[in-house]
Design a protein around this ligand. Structure first.
Ligand code: B12
Ligand code: SF4
Length: 424
């Protein structure tokens, strides 16, 4: 079949985020014998014309659209980002009668409401490499779609729960040429690399278990290093490990670093770190393998709040980790997430003082917590009457502990004023 895949994300906030997930789905559909064309709206000046052109040139029989961002998770001046994908759906409808299929991280969080809001025909929750090609086969052979795991149809939730591939090496890695175009024009934008899926932690606010599941699954370090080597051969030197927690499990992270070092790749990279359970040896190996910056989401500097969020570390451990990173020349970007259940003025002050004492290279502060379905915070918000049902969560809703409202913003704004390394 002729399959047009459109990456609907047009956000360039933060850094250039190439459509890695879409490229993975594209590789899987290509391996299944389909003719695939990929359109990344991020690099198109005029999304509408680009879609119309692609449809007219390629005459797709099926169109897939990835939905990455729902909103920017910012409580103040929230930006709702789904309309970008909705415009893409409308534009496809204008020019083609091919079935429209959704997928992506954002879609996986709220599949049914997003399917309805965007007006597409169906959508796949979770990883697309196995189910999307199977869906194409069934569409081609006009077979029943009902039993496809994680497939949502209009007004109909998935009949069969989605499944998770246990060995990610079973899925192809996309050809660098597929993604390289998405990096063009963004000087030094890092190449995204995903080694693992799933997170075993249960942080009270996090949507990752809904997107990727709780059990950690991975690609072999050998296949990852071989893939990175292909990029290096094409002249790319900067990478971004998009795994939720680069250091979990530590044995995998150690093996990966060891293989990068052995391969002699002359690269630099960033990753997202869980600031618990890190040994000096692992941090040393990360530095040796090219790690130059980490995002360290400790989220609070108050022990009571770390417990409330179900973090498996305390402030002493965060301090030790931060110091080890500094000693190894790895830049530290810290994160504070203030205003969750149990937060009060004292715990906020404690967190701000703690973050300051770490002398981080940069600090990003979020006030109020985006409520995601299936999380403990969603349950609490419902109990407290803040939301009436999880269906309400398409338009972002935020948890903010009572009594903090304006005080929180004013206090934090005052504290970060004149500090360019703090982002509010
Ligand atoms: C790494 C990451 C980042 C990195 C990206 C680095 C990089 N170079 O890529 C950074 C830190 C920069 C970042 C920034 C932001 N992020 Co972010 N990010 C992630 C994270 C952890 C992983 C994304 C990823 O690359 N996954 C790997 C790829 C392979 O997976 P995938 O894209 O999901 O694709 C798979 C499936 O979804 C599916 N699929 C994908 N497309 C399609 C299409 C079809 C048709 C089908 C069938 C299937 C399918 O199959 C793919 C392969 O299995 C996710 C959380 C998560 N666990 O998903 C959040 C996440 C996507 N981010 C999120 C947000 C909000 C943001 C920001 C807006 C935050 C901000 N205010 O700055 C920005 C936006 C950046 C931008 N320009 O778009 C939210 C989105 C939800 C929401 N509320 O909108 C998420 C889900 C985190 C969360 N809170 O739950 N992010
Ligand atoms: S916040 Fe990070 S560590 Fe916690 S559950 Fe989510 S991905 Fe896992």
């Amino acid at each position: 079949m002729r399959v047009l895949l459109i990456s609907g994300n047009r956000e360039d906030v933060d850094i250039r985020v190439p459509a890695l997930g879409m490229a993975c789905v594209s590789a899987a559909a290509g391996n299944a014998g389909h003719q695939v064309s990929l359109l990344d709206l991020l690099i198109e000046r005029d999304a509408h014309s680009a879609i119309l052109q692609a449809i007219s040139d390629f005459r797709p029989e099926v169109i897939g659209i990835s939905v990455r961002n729902i909103d920017d998770q910012s409580m103040r001046d929230t930006r709702f980002l789904l309309d970008q994908a909705r415009e893409a759906v409308e534009c496809c409808r204008e020019a083609s009668s091919a079935p429209l299929i959704l997928g992506g991280a954002g879609f996986s969080i709220l599949p049914q409401p997003i399917l309805e809001y965007l007006g597409a025909d169906m959508g796949i929750q979770g990883e697309g490499e196995a189910v999307f090609p199977e869906l194409l086969r069934r569409l081609q052979e006009s077979k029943n779609l009902d039993t496809l795991p994680g497939l949502y149809l209009k007004n109909k939730s998935a009949s069969v729960r989605r499944s998770f591939c246990r060995d990610l090496d079973a899925f192809p890695l996309p050809d660098p040429a597929l993604l390289a175009r998405s990096l063009s024009g963004a000087a030094n934008a890092p190449v995204p690399v995903q080694t693992r899926r799933g997170c075993p932690m249960s942080c009270s606010y996090c949507s990752t278990p809904t997107i990727e599941g709780r059990s950690v699954r991975w690609r072999s370090p050998e296949s990852i290093v071989a893939w990175m080597k292909r990029w290096v051969d094409e002249g790319f030197r900067h990478f971004y490990f998009v795994d939720n927690t680069f250091n979990l499990p530590p044995s995998y992270a150690t093996q990966l670093c060891s293989q990068i070092i052995t391969a002699g790749l002359d690269i630099s990279w960033r990753c997202i770190l869980y600031p618990g359970g890190l040994s000096p040896k692992l941090i040393e190996m990360m530095a040796g393998a090219g790690c130059r910056e980490v995002s360290m989401g400790f989220e609070s500097g108050a022990e009571s709040m770390l417990r409330n969020m179900h973090k498996q570390f305390d402030t002493q451990e965060v301090r030790r980790t931060s110091e080890m990173l500094r000693l190894n020349g790895i830049r530290r970007m810290g994160f504070l997430l203030l205003g969750g259940p149990g937060e009060n003025r004292d715990s906020v002050e404690e967190s701000l003082a703690f973050a300051e004492s770490l002398e981080l290279d940069s600090l990003r502060l979020s006030l109020g917590i985006r409520i995601y379905p299936g999380t403990e915070i969603a349950r609490l918000a419902m109990e407290e009457g803040l939301i009436s049902s999880e269906q309400d969560l398409l338009y972002p809703r935020f948890y903010l502990a009572r009594g903090l409202e304006d005080w929180l913003y004013d206090t934090v704004a005052r504290r970060v004023a004149g500090r360019p390394n703090c982002i509010l």
